[in-house]
Design a protein around this ligand. Structure first.
Ligand SMILES: [Fe+2]
Length: 309
């Protein structure tokens, strides 16, 4: 089973993402930047029935994902809490194989809300604290990397809880333009290590080393990253440290490529695990449980199932 989830971490020779393929990179970069949206509005797709998207809705979502790594679908409000709809919507983009992580519900979809109990509450997504830039599942093994994510808002917080998104292909351009050696450093299999997770003397997860950037068997770029200062061990060499700093700088700039949005009830983000973060939130009227989002994480990338599926 593990073998079926594996994808190559060795870059294929001919890919714009390979640091030695300069001509391919230049051509891809031109196309990518020319297609970048000017605002998040261009990535919003109203959807009438999430169980059965029209060809126009499906096409609009695929185009947005191609341009920015994500789309925001807008369901009729009464569908906001429909978990099965989320599952079926994902299937229309080839998102099938769910990561049943430690905190997922029985159906493999995670309910993100403030949890007071200790084990789950120790993970920041289950608190109301700010969540730093990351891609989902950065602590997963190489064989179980998260390629696609859906996050659907059932109920927003009283205030705060805004997300920001950055296409990881844009982060790649930022680094490569600065210094192609940064890309080589971040493609090293020991570039970034997450220490083991031990609670009450029980190891819940072993230490995970892996690259930040990798290229899958179909030539797509994947990113594994967390901007957390704690619990991340960067490889101790000059290029890796400089590359990690260069990424942090990107997040501190007011970049035209960073899109901020507070999901409303019924809105969902479907993405190829683009970089994202979240502001802290509070609940209004003292209701600590009020913010609720459903999150599904997949081993699959978004595809046009009519063409590629
Ligand atoms: Fe996340």
């Amino acid at each position: 089973m593990m073998a079926s989830l594996a994808s190559s971490v060795t870059p294929p020779v001919l890919s714009p993402f390979h640091p030695d393929c300069d001509e391919l990179y230049r051509a891809w970069r031109r196309r990518k930047l020319a297609a970048c949206p000017g605002s998040l509005d261009e990535l919003m797709v109203p959807v009438t029935d999430g169980y059965a998207l029209t060809a126009a809705e499906r096409g609009a979502i695929l185009r947005a994902v191609g341009r920015a790594g994500l789309a925001i679908y807008q369901l009729p409000r009464h569908s906001a809490g429909d978990k099965l709809l989320l599952r079926q919507l994902g299937r229309q983009f080839g998102l099938e194989r769910l990561d049943n992580n430690l905190c997922a519900d029985d159906d493999g979809i995670t309910s993100l809300h403030v949890v007071e109990t200790r084990q789950v509450g120790e993970y920041i997504p289950y608190t109301n604290k700010r969540l730093n830039w990351h891609t989902d599942g950065y602590y997963n093994s190489t064989e179980r990397q998260i390629r696609g994510v859906i996050l659907q808002c059932v109920q927003p917080a009283g205030s705060g809880g805004e997300n920001a998104f950055l296409d990881h292909e844009i982060a790649y351009i930022h680094l490569r333009d600065e210094n192609p050696d940064f890309i080589r450093a971040l493609m090293a299999p020991d570039a970034m290590t997450i220490p083991e997770n031990v609670q009450n003397d029980v190891q819940l997860r072993p230490a995970q080393s892996g690259p930040v950037f990798s290229i899958d068997g179909a030539g797509h770029l994947h990113m594994r990253y967390s901007a957390r200062g704690r619990n991340i061990i960067w490889k101790d060499d000059a290029d890796t440290r400089a590359a990690a700093d260069c990424l942090l700088n990107l997040f501190q700039q007011d970049s035209a490529y960073i899109f901020r949005h507070r999901l409303a009830a019924g809105e969902g983000v479907i993405s190829n695990n683009a970089l994202h973060c979240r502001t802290a939130f509070s609940h209004g009227n003292g209701d600590a449980q009020s913010r609720l989002l459903y999150r599904a994480r997949y081993f699959d990338r978004i595809v046009d199932i009519e063409k590629d599926g």
